[in-house]
Design a binder for this molecule. Structure first.
Ligand code: IMP
Length: 205
């Protein structure tokens, strides 16, 4: 069978090198790893188990906030061992800067109707809270049966609005971080951990 021989070719191919020749450039700007890959996965496993318990017997719709949440969404969804549907919204946030503007613009809207749905909004990070605050107001207007938030990271003590976030992975200091979906000038989203950047990394933009 054609398919099988293609697969066995892949299986017998030499594994890719663990460290690509340009790996140095990939991690050169990293100052400190705040949360390791293993810690993130362990936390998401716990959150996924909790979410599956809390939503047992209900139809759950996960909404990821792009771009940042694409990584956490992919892993979290697989730790929720029950049927779920997924949808995504894209909102504009910082661009290349590291301070929130407070202006949230919907670049891509949902494909699902939320009426009578149990909705869990999945975010990478809550910083000022303005993005989530805006999205919650917007989504509440679509009359879901329930609406909760799961954020992998929450910066401590700097939210400019009161927010009730049901599931939080880690509380972190209010420093700018990258990795695991979070970018600086569109870079670093594919790092498997959360880290701070060296000051000189900001100078290049
Ligand atoms: P907020 O509206 O200030 O809560 O910011 C929310 C959005 O800003 C997040 O979804 C991220 O896209 C972005 N953001 C906030 N803090 C950071 C950070 O430390 N690194 C990268 N992006 C961040």
């Amino acid at each position: 069978m054609e398919g099988r021989s293609a697969l066995s070719e892949i299986e017998h191919a030499a594994p890719p090198p663990a460290v690509a020749p340009h790996a140095e450039a990939y991690e050169r700007d990293i100052e400190r790893v705040l949360i390791t890959e293993a810690e993130i996965q362990q936390k998401l496993r716990e959150l996924g188990e909790q979410i599956a318990l809390d939503y047992a017997g209900r139809d759950l719709l996960l909404i990821g906030v792009l771009k940042g949440a694409f990584v956490v969404m992919a892993d979290l969804a697989r730790y929720i061992r029950m049927p779920v549907e997924t949808d995504f919204m894209a909102v504009a946030s910082y661009g290349a800067a590291t301070k929130t503007s407070g202006v949230v613009r919907i670049l891509k809207d949902l494909e699902h109707d939320l009426e009578e749905r149990h909705v869990l909004l999945v975010e990478d990070i809550v910083d000022s809270g303005l993005t989530i605050n805006y999205l919650l107001k917007n989504l509440r207007g679509r009359r879901p049966a329930s609406l909760e938030v799961c954020a992998l990271l929450k910066k401590t003590g700097i939210q400019r609005v009161h927010l009730d976030i049901r599931y939080v992975g880690f509380e972190i200091p209010p420093d700018f971080v990258v990795g695991y979906g979070l970018d600086f000038a569109e870079r670093f989203r594919n790092l498997p951990y959360i880290a701070t950047l060296k000051p000189e990394a900001y100078a290049d933009v």
